[in-house]
Design a protein around this ligand. Structure first.
Ligand SMILES: O=C1C[C@@](O)(C(=O)O)C[C@@H](O)[C@@H]1O
Length: 347
């Protein structure tokens, strides 16, 4: 059984892409891309969107006993203390994602998440899935350490499968994960008997993956460092902003239209895998139309023919990708084909 992840989409993400009036880049496209990637990675997903903080929290609590991880996209609830507390209480490793950059907005939810991935459109979520799959939640492990994590999880996964076989007898787990209308708010006591508010040492290793959930005390100590890492320099104390970031861009109020922040943004004039991935992510998030992406790819391809340099060792891969993307309006690549291309460009 693969790892089970809960993807929580926060308020207004049900309207993703609609405000722009463009085709594509909607929540259904995002969910399709997530499902496709999860299948490739051997992950099991449950995806819930709600405009209500309480429903997100109820879902977390109801699902907690069967989760290996949470991908939380708080959207406007980035400052939610109740959501942060729920994540901490359920003690399941979580990664926080945003389509756009947070900019000056201070996430409280970040305090209990292993990582925040922002500003990469759909790719923010896809990156989170990949991190859960390889066990490197912070994206900081070396390849060797990643392999060790994966090996450990294989062994522990076998043991867990035996436990689950017994639990599945009542049908609760399977029904909840295959049913479309699984209601939030399942009564307590149906799960595996894990307790809320578990301390770090009680979290089974396979649940903790590469990173432990910080407890309340650890959070106070860790928060400034993590806040610095994820917000580009601003400091915070448990979600309260102390000092505005010096050179942070203005907060973005739009859905899926910007997201081109400095952190991790590839240089636009140098052809790299990161740049092509970014353009595909822009397309998937509705920031670029098919025609715009194709025009961009054609012009980059022409630049390369005229001798412009490209990321060393990946010239052929980049040229092939540009050629494929150039004919986008004619060939109409599906979202999952675009996601696959991003994945190839990530290797
Ligand atoms: O809907 C959105 C997009 C967003 O959720 C993001 O992921 O970047 C951030 C929210 O503030 C905004 O309302």
């Amino acid at each position: 059984m693969g790892k089970r992840l809960l993807v929580l989409h926060g308020p207004n993400l049900n309207l993703l892409g609609e405000r722009e009036g463009k085709q594509g880049g909607r929540l259904a496209d995002l969910d399709a891309a997530l499902t496709a990637r999860a299948t490739e990675l051997g992950l099991e997903l449950k995806v819930v969107q709600s405009n209500h903080e309480g429903v997100l929290i109820d879902t977390l609590q109801a699902e907690r006993s069967r989760l290996d991880g949470v991908v939380v996209s708080p959207a406007g609830l980035f400052g939610s203390h109740p959501l942060m507390e729920a994540l901490e209480l359920v003690g399941v490793p979580a990664i926080e994602v945003y389509l756009e950059r947070l900019g000056e907005r201070e996430s409280v939810v970040a305090d209990v998440c292993a990582a925040t991935i922002e500003g990469q459109g759909f790719h923010s979520y896809l990156e989170a899935l990949e991190r859960f799959a390889n066990g490197d939640l912070t994206g900081e492990l070396t390849e060797e350490e990643e392999d060790e994590e994966a090996e450990d999880e294989d062994v522990e996964g076998d043991e867990e499968a035996e436990d689950e076989a017994a639990e599945d007898e009542d049908g609760v787990v399977d029904a909840a994960w295959s049913g479309e209308d699984d209601e939030a708010g399942e009564p307590e006591g149906k799960g595996k008997g894990k307790t809320l508010g578990r301390r770090e040492k009680d979290i089974p290793r396979e649940k903790s993956l590469a990173v432990r959930q910080p407890g309340a005390l650890a959070r106070a100590a860790d928060a400034p460092a993590k806040a610095l890492a994820s917000s580009g320099g601003s400091r915070k104390t448990l979600g309260r902003k102390v000092e505005a970031p010096a050179a942070s861009p203005a907060p973005s109020k739009t859905l899926g239209r910007k997201g081109k922040g400095a952190q991790g943004t590839p240089a636009a004039d140098f052809l790299s895998r990161a740049l092509v991935r970014q353009k595909i992510a822009d397309r998937l998030a509705g920031r670029l139309t098919q025609a715009e992406l194709a025009a961009w790819a054609r012009s980059k391809w022409s630049d390369v023919q005229r001798g412009a340099s490209a990321e060393s060792g990946y010239e052929d891969m980049l040229e092939d990708s540009l050629l494929t993307l150039s004919s986008l309006p004619a060939s109409k690549l599906s979202d999952s084909e675009l996601v696959n291309m991003m994945t190839r460009l990530d290797r």
